[in-house]
Design a protein around this ligand. Structure first.
Ligand code: ATP
Length: 287
């Protein structure tokens, strides 16, 4: 085998809580992450050269700052591989959207190269490498539904949410994750998610209760400067979403729907005024 194609799913945060700050300034999180059926595709081919990277999205750097490049470089060094790789990323996950597109690509390269070069790494081995690239990469390696703690790297897999219909809408604004965290005043967070309760709803498949209790503590920070996020949430609720929330530090907003028909109604309405709208389902790598 000299090439492999890996599907790299994005994620949404069904809840996101900030519970403290580490000595080095990183925020300590408690967040429930869920893979969605919106994928980048990563093609990896063994070569005799170096690492070459191509991407169909001009906003993504094709050099050593690309997460996929970093993953390949770490593996080539660690396993003293004599080969290089050509990596082609077909981007479908919007960039800088709060959907972990870059982390998904890095995880895809680690999973793909593990197979292609028969490296024999376990999930834990791959997660240890992934965290060197970004805090969301370990989640992207195990995927499905998981509670992430620490800076996002301490993972507890949860019972998977099957075939839950969601609409994603990304307004055309740029958000800096670092700025959002810098502006968050931890002592003044108006409402924290009840993560324990949410876990329970997920275990019992009580989707309506889960959706009605989703909270992201970063939402107020981002909405303050970008009221469009609030407007999108309102539209989703008008279109019978069971719940609607900003993902990560934004700006993508998602809504959870009872069925495909109600999700489609909302999707069609939002497409009238936003370019990046997606109709997706929850995705479970482990099934
Ligand atoms: P998260 O949800 O993990 O915070 P995000 O969805 O907000 O991530 P990404 O799409 O991962 O953000 O992109 C963040 C930045 O990383 C981009 O502005 C881009 O320049 C850079 N980047 C590097 N590699 C990639 C990649 N493979 N795909 C997308 N962006 C990348």
């Amino acid at each position: 085998m000299d090439k492999i194609i890996v599907k790299c799913p994005g994620k949404i945060n069904l809840s996101l809580d900030v519970v403290g700050i580490r000595e080095d300034g990183y925020h300590l999180l408690k967040t429930i992450m869920q893979n969605i059926s919106l994928f980048d595709e990563v093609k990896i081919k063994k070569t005799e050269g170096d690492i070459n990277l191509y991407c169909n999205n001009g906003n993504v750097p094709c050099n050593s700052s690309n997460t996929a490049y970093k993953a390949a470089s770490i593996l080539i060094d660690k396993f003293h591989l004599k080969a290089g790789v050509d990596i082609v990323i077909e981007k479908r996950i919007p960039v800088a959207a709060g959907l972990a597109g870059g982390s998904a690509d890095a995880a895809g390269v680690i999973i793909g190269m593990n197979e292609l070069f028969e490296l024999g790494m376990s999930d834990e081995d791959m997660m240890r490498i992934g965290v060197r690239i970004g805090a969301d990469v370990p989640f992207c390696i195990i995927g499905s539904t998981a509670l992430a703690e620490g800076i996002g790297e301490v993972l507890t897999p949860l019972c998977s949410l099957e075939d839950m219909w969601c609409v994603l809408a990304k307004p055309d604004i740029a958000i800096s994750t670092m700025e959002v965290y810098a502006k968050l005043k931890i002592d003044e967070i108006p409402k924290h998610p009840n993560t324990l309760k949410l876990k329970e709803y997920i275990e019992k498949k009580e989707i309506k209760n889960m959706a009605q209790n989703m909270v992201n503590v970063l939402e107020n920070v981002t909405i303050k400067e970008n009221p469009v996020i609030f407007n999108i949430k309102n539209i989703m609720m008008e279109f019978q979403a069971l719940g609607s929330l900003m993902s990560g530090s934004g700006p993508t907003v998602f809504g959870v729907f009872e069925d495909k028909i109600s999700a489609e109604g909302c999707y069609n309405r939002l497409r009238d005024y936003l370019k990046e709208v997606f109709l997706v389902k929850t995705y479970n790598r482990r099934v």
